[in-house]
Write a protein that binds this ligand. Sequence first.
Ligand code: SF4
Ligand code: SF4
Length: 169
Amino acid sequence: MAIFNISNYKRRATRKKKALAAFMRKLGKSTRKGLQKIALETDKEVWKEVACLDCGNCCKQMTPTFSNKDIKRISAHFEMTPKEFHKKWLKKDSSKDIVNKQTPCQFLGKDLKCSIYAIRPQDCADFPHFTRSNFKYQVQEKTYINNIGYCPATLLFVEKLEAKLADLI
Ligand code: SF4
Ligand code: SF4
C-alpha cells in the first residue's frame, strides 16, 4: 500500500480543490443510499495510507471547539477553575464557539503528541469526522472540503470518495 506523501499535500489540495468541491456539492445533494457505509469503508482505507502521528497539522494550524464539559474536565486536570482555564487559553470566536487563543495548540508536544490525549476535547477525538453518523450533513456543511488544505487524511478521504462515487451520484 502506497503511503500518502504528507509533505506535498497542500499543493495537491490547492490544485484539486475546485473539482473536489464540485463533487462534494453533488454528493451533498445525492439521494443515493449507503453513503454512510461507503464513508466508513473509506475511513479504514485512508488510515492504512496516512501516517497521522507524523503529521500533527490539525493541532499546529487549527483549533478545536471546546464544550463546557471539555473545559470542566481539562481544567480539573490542571487544578484550575474553568474560568481560570478559559482566561489563560481560550477565547470566543466570531461564531461564539470557544476555541484556542493560539496555534499551534498549547497542548501539542515537540514530539507532535497531544500532552492531554486521554482527556482531549471531544472535537479533537472526533477529528477528522469521517465516521460521524451524520456524514451527509457534514458533507453539506462543507466540513471535509474546508479541511482538505489542513488535513492530508481528509484530502485523501475526499479523493477516494470522488473515485468511488463521481459517476454514481
Ligand atoms: S488538545 Fe491535543 S489533540 Fe486537541 S488540538 Fe490540542 S494537541 Fe491537538
Ligand atoms: S487528523 Fe489529519 S491533520 Fe490531523 S494529524 Fe492526522 S492527518 Fe494530520
